[in-house]
Design a protein around this ligand. Sequence first.
Ligand code: CTP
Length: 400
Amino acid sequence: MLKGKKIVLGITGSIAAYKSCLIIRQLIKKGAEVQVVITPAGKEFITPITLSALTSKPVISEFFSQRDGTWHSHVDLGLWADAMLIAPATASTIGKMANGIADNMLITIYLSMKAPVFVAPAMDLDMYAHPSTQQNLKTLQSYGNHIIEPGTGFLASKLEGKGRMEEPENIVAALERFFAQQESLKGKKVLITAGPTYEKIDPVRFIGNYSSGKMGFALAEECAARGAEVALVCGPVSATMQAKHPNIQRIDVESAREMYEECLRLYPSMDSAILCAAVADFTPCDVASQKIKRTGDEMILHLKPNPDIAASLGQLKKESQTLVGFALETNDEETNAQSKLKKKNFDFIVLNSLRDAGAGFQTETNKITIITADDKTEFPLKSKPEVAVDIINQMEAVMR
Ligand code: CTP
């Protein structure tokens, strides 16, 4: 998993800096390429000569190379790396990272980093437990950094380990797990529908719903992060919704009919589809070509049923393909979800109940139950990206 991976290893001023040598040795043994960046304080604990001998690369520490004034490009390193690992990370470095204080080379590289960042804190227990350190760690997590919690390794007991850096083999294992997960859908193609659909009434009005598309976008990011190629067919979501991963191809549609046509076109070449969109069940029989005027009378809108995308894909589904559906219910949740599972030929269905606080439309969180033909698993309230991890884990478990 680490073979050929390019790792920027940041070393800061902690007594645990000597353990960086063990991290380097293990990374290199597993086929990774390591570029060390060390802070001035880090150099008080371990010499660059040892580190460059282990990595077969000059160690980066200063903005300028001392002898010839060559400028080290933090931007280039940010693009070169597959991951950045800061181990040991002192309270001071964690604080600077959380607040963007770029007063050394390591922090500038961190701020330019395009790859995922892993942080292994190392400090004494009081410093670790201090609210400012805890707050900074939370901030780093909210930026998407991965904190490798100290004391979870088998060598350090939970109590005495807190604050102490995680053992090198566990740090390396955390990176391996990350890359393993990243590639688990490599070569697979996944179709995802997201957001609402708008059904035109006249040039200025439509029938829509409150779906934000957040759950569908989170699913697309998770699949892409695991190496899949994703076709994200999305209804009219807000302009702030943007697919970030380059493996996501976004296809914008407006109505259920347009979504249906794109899905029918795409599904035959897909390994899996996740139907997360809130598709309008009905659409106006006629779309007025001009704005409908107020007449003072009652207004009757005639609606006809839209195609059921899920049921159509369920019929098309081949032995090798997977189909995942959603059900947003207000009552008789499980019975309704079970009947949709069968009717639409889903491999499993993700149920959210509008009765659960924090679940459903327009929220940042979701609370789901995954229902298969013979099993059900309830999950606690989580952020939508975390819910996406649970759903994609289940999808991988049933994929053929
Ligand atoms: N779905 C779809 N196309 C439709 C309607 C729904 O693909 N025209 C998908 C949704 O994306 C979801 C699943 O089918 O994955 C269930 O959607 P839901 O609206 O709950 O199901 P309906 O069959 O429309 O049932 P209901 O009577 O509860 O609206």
